[in-house]
Ligand binder design. Sequence first.
Ligand SMILES: [Zn+2]
Length: 169
Amino acid sequence: MIYPIVKFGDPVLERRAEPVTVFDDELKKLVDDMFESMYAAHGVGLAAPQIGISKRLAVIDITFKEDPSAKLVLANPEIVHTEGRHTQNEGCLSIPDFRESLTRPRTVTIRAQDVDGKFYNKTGEELLARAFLHETDHLNGKLYISHLSALKRDLIKRKIRKLIKAGEW
Ligand SMILES: [Zn+2]
């Protein structure tokens, strides 16, 4: 099932999500649906709040279907280590059509649970490191624009408010 993506303005995106505690078939179905919804939206990462589900769950595939082994399920992820700096354009499926240059750590290690509840650690560089941070932020109710300067962030918010008013959001 393909879920519609929740857009900026919906309070679910700015709420701290609840831990995943049950690793059952229902969760597996949700994870499958999240991958399907992410690919349909042409994204490389998707957090459950972005489909209106306030759970600490995210999926990532920075290869966009090219490498099946690159598919990652992050349940209850935590950032355990960051290193270096890397600047790249960043966007978010919940804030469509906007992209901003953002400096984040270059190397990031997470500890998370997979779809079966098994704990794992994984280290990512550059785009994967950025995805770890971006998706974990989502689960804490934080959007990437919160890392921008107040000036840039306000400009984006003003443009979005205009789009909402015009019924184009
Ligand atoms: Zn996002």
